[in-house]
Design a protein around this ligand. Structure first.
Ligand SMILES: NC(=O)c1ccc[n+]([C@@H]2O[C@H](COP(=O)([O-])OP(=O)(O)OC[C@H]3O[C@@H](n4cnc5c(N)ncnc54)[C@H](OP(=O)(O)O)[C@@H]3O)[C@@H](O)[C@H]2O)c1
Length: 293
């Protein structure tokens, strides 16, 4: 089953924190934010059904309509599979994952309606489930592709063996994983190598890692190097962190979470920085807390 080649902006805007889980933007603010990030050249938006307790997709859909931006000028990613405890889903007793065909079809339909669109550019399975059945998933995804409701299919937080299990039956076009200076394991444990080998687009969520979120021995070591590099490259810490990811040859697409235009602009400008190889390793070494072997 043919899937369209993913043509996303190198920096992807995540909207997890634009609604109830973060900035609580009004429709007008969200419409303006969409236009601002488009002006910066960010055309791809990352959603999941659960964001804002199943409310952010609909808020974005409303704001997108109000913005008057053409659907063809943006790419929309969404994810499904997490059954979360929420007022929207009062029947959920425990957080769990669901990937039967009926659920995949019905939930995608819900996302399309909420987002005010006829198609998703990419649908992702949000997290791997021990109960997922690749043949059942293939059936539902092929139907969505045939009906034009999704342009391509991918996964999130999947290991190489989980990807391989699905790829026996259906092409996996992208894998969205946690990857950053403080979560560098995918660069060392085969996850990114596997994506290069299988021609799978890597997307990195939380691309700034825990640098602005935590004050630990690890973040302090990295901060010390960042201070020197900030002066050397005459830039900001967040730009160095994004540039560090962009240097990886797999072509990582950072999924940024900011709700501020200035921080989105910084992420875009990071594409102009080519970190020296030794600076790149100095950051890795600071994060690991030890030299490379
Ligand atoms: N697939 C998955 O399982 C999964 C899981 C989590 C997230 N995601 C996706 O990934 C996206 C990004 O995740 P994230 O929000 O953790 O990513 P992030 O971009 O690494 O972190 C965003 C946070 O960093 C702050 N920040 C940005 N620049 C800053 C600066 N210069 N100084 C201080 N703080 C700064 C932002 O605050 P401001 O808003 O103030 O800029 C925001 O609180 C989400 O929106 C979602 O789409 C996917």
């Amino acid at each position: 089953m043919l899937q369209e080649k993913l043509q996303f902006s190198r920096i992807i805007q995540g909207v997890m924190n634009w609604g109830a889980w973060g900035a609580k933007m009004s429709t007008q603010q969200m419409a303006e934010q969409i236009e601002h990030v488009l002006d910066l050249g960010i055309t791809t938006f990352d959603h999941a059904d659960i964001y804002g307790g199943y409310t952010t997709e609909a808020e974005f859909g409303k704001a997108f309509k109000e913005s008057g931006v053409n659907r063809e000028d943006v790419q929309l990613i969404s994810k499904l599979g997490i059954q979360y405890l929420s007022d929207e889903r009062p029947y959920n007793r425990v957080k769990h994952y669901q990937y039967d065909a009926t659920y995949i079809l019905e939930n995608t339909e819900r996302s399309l309606q909420k987002l005010n669109t006829n198609y998703l550019d990419l649908l992702l399975l949000h997290r791997p489930s021990p109960l997922m059945d690749p043949l059942e998933i293939k059936g539902a995804i092929e139907r969505l592709l045939t009906e034009g409701k999704i342009k391509s299919f991918g996964v999130s937080n999947f290991t190489p063996s989980q990807v391989a299990m699905l790829e026996k039956h259906i092409k996996v076009s992208g894998n969205q994983i946690e990857c950053s200076i403080t979560q560098y394991e995918p660069m060392l444990n085969g996850v990114l190598d596997d994506m290069v080998t299988k021609n799978i687009l890597p997307m990195a969520w939380s691309p700034l890692g825990s640098i602005f979120k935590e004050h630990t021995q690890q973040t302090m070591r990295v901060q010390n190097v960042l201070k020197t590099l900030r002066a050397k490259y005459r830039t900001t810490i967040d730009q160095i962190l994004i540039a560090w990811l962009l240097k990886h040859p797999s072509g990582i697409h950072p999924v940024i979470g900011t709700s501020k235009v200035s921080h989105a602009k910084a992420a875009v400008k990071a594409q102009e920085i080519n970190l020296d190889i030794q600076d790149w390793f100095e950051l890795l070494i600071a994060s690991q807390g030890h030299k490379v072997p």
